[in-house]
Design a protein around this ligand. Structure first.
Ligand code: AMP
Ligand code: TRP
Length: 329
C-alpha cells in the first residue's frame, strides 16, 4: 500500500476551505493508502499564538478530524510535537536548505511582505524544511495538500533528492496531490481571495463549528456578478464558480450537471440549494464533533497514534543521522 502524509496547521478555527481542500480528501484516502495525519502544532507557533486559544484550536481540530470521518483504526492520527523526530529531522533539513531557496517561498514572502521585522520569526523562514521533515520521516509517496502548499512539497522533493545524492538513497521523493475540484475555495465576500481564517471580514469565511443559520446567511450573501446565469467561468464569474465548486465537492454532483439543472434560473434559487448542502454537511460534522468531544477518547487516540508514528520516525531519523555522521555508533 502506498503511503501518504499530511498535516493541518490549526491556527484559528477550521474552515469550509480546509474541509473541502484537505480534510475531506483524507477521509477518502484512508481506505486506499497507509495514511498518517498530524496536527502541525510546531508549525502553529511560527507566529505567536495565545496559549489558551491555541490549545482550544488544537483540540477542536482533532475533534473535527475525527468528526469528518477520520478513523483511528484505518489511519494514524497524532500531534506533531508528540513525535520528537519531527523537530530533529526538521533541523537537519534546515541545514540541507539554502537561504536562496527559502527566500523564494511564496508563502513566506506573502506573510512577511507587510509585517514588521520584529514579528517575523526565524521559525517562519525555516518552516518549509520542517514540513519537509514531516513528510520525509514517513517515506510518504503522496502528500495531499491545497494549491498553496504545493511549493513546499516541491522543496521537499528537492531536499530529498539532494540528500539521496549527497549521502545515498535514503528518502522516498514524495508527490503533491492536489484535488482538482475544490482545491482552492475562495472567499464568499471576495472571490479573488482564498477562503481563509485570517480574512479581515468574517463574511467570506465559513467555519466548521459555525452556527448553521449564520453559515446559510453567508452563502446567501455571497458576492456573485451581473451575468445572471449559473455558469462555471472562473474568470468572468468567480463568485458563482466558487459556489459551484463548493456544492459539487460536497454533494458529489458534477459541476456540468448542476449548471444544466439551473439553466434559465436565478442566483437566489441556486444559492438556496448551496446553503442547504452546506448546512447539511455542517450539521452532520457538528453532531459527531459534539459526541467525540464529550466521549473523552481523544487523549488515548493521540497516544496510540504517536506511538505508531514514532516507531517509523525513529528508524528513519537514526538512518539519516548515521549517514550524516552525527550518530557515531
Ligand atoms: P491552512 O488552514 O491554510 O493551514 O491550510 C490547511 C490545509 O487546508 C492545506 O492543505 C490548505 O491548502 C487547505 N486549505 C486551506 N484553505 C483552503 C481553501 N480556501 N481552499 C482549499 N484548500 C484550503
Ligand atoms: N504547512 C501546511 C499548512 O500550512 C501544514 C503542514 C505541515 C503539512 N507539515 C505538513 C502539510 C506536511 C502536509 C505535509 O497547511
Amino acid at each position: 500500500m502506498k503511503r501518504m502524509v499530511s498535516g493541518i496547521k490549526p491556527t484559528g478555527e477550521l474552515t469550509l476551505g480546509n474541509y473541502i481542500g484537505a480534510l475531506r480528501n483524507f477521509v477518502k484516502y484512508q481506505d486506499d493508502y497507509e495514511l498518517y495525519v498530524f496536527i502541525a502544532n510546531l508549525h502553529c507557533v511560527t507566529v505567536y499564538q495565545e496559549p489558551k486559544e491555541l490549545r482550544k484550536n488544537l483540540k477542536d481540530a482533532i475533534g473535527l478530524y475525527l468528526a469528518c470521518g477520520l478513523d483511528p483504526q484505518k489511519c494514524t492520527i497524532f500531534l506533531q510535537s508528540d513525535v520528537y523526530e519531527h523537530a530533529q529531522l526538521g533541523w537537519l533539513m534546515t541545514c540541507m536548505s539554502y537561504m536562496g531557496e527559502l527566500n523564494r517561498m511564496t508563502q513566506f514572502k506573502e506573510k512577511t511582505q507587510n509585517a514588521k521585522d520584529e514579528n517575523i520569526t526565524a521559525g517562519l523562514f525555516v518552516y518549509p524544511p520542517l514540513m519537509a521533515a514531516d513528510i520525509l520521516l514517513y517515506d510518504a509517496d503522496y502528500v495531499p495538500v491545497g494549491e498553496d502548499q504545493k511549493q513546499h512539497v516541491e522543496l521537499t522533493r528537492d531536499l530529498a533528492q539532494r540528500f539521496n545524492n549527497r549521502y545515498s538513497e535514503t528518502f522516498v521523493v514524495p508527490e503533491p496531490l492536489v484535488a482538482k475540484v475544490g482545491a482552492r475555495i475562495m472567499s464568499l465576500s471576495d472571490p479573488s481571495k482564498k477562503m481563509s481564517k485570517s480574512e479581515e471580514s468574517n463574511k467570506g469565511c465559513i467555519y466548521l463549528l459555525e452556527d448553521i443559520n449564520s453559515a446559510k446567511k453567508k452563502i446567501m450573501g455571497a458576492v456573485t456578478d451581473m451575468c445572471a446565469h449559473v455558469n462555471y467561468d472562473k474568470i468572468n464569474q468567480p463568485g458563482v464558480s466558487n459556489l459551484l465548486e463548493i456544492m459539487s465537492s460536497l454533494s458529489g454532483e458534477p459541476i456540468d450537471s448542476i449548471v444544466t439543472r439551473y439553466e434559465g434560473k436565478g442566483y437566489g434559487e441556486f444559492k438556496k440549494e448551496v446553503a442547504e448542502v452546506v448546512a447539511k454537511e455542517l450539521t452532520m460534522i457538528q453532531n459527531r464533533y459534539n459526541e467525540i468531544m464529550s466521549s473523552g477518547q481523544i487523549e488515548q487516540i493521540l497516544k496510540e497514534g504517536a506511538e505508531r508514528a514514532h516507531r517509523i520516525a525513529f528508524r528513519k531519523l537514526k538512518k539519516v543521522q548515521k549517514k550524516m555522521g552525527i550518530d557515531i555508533f
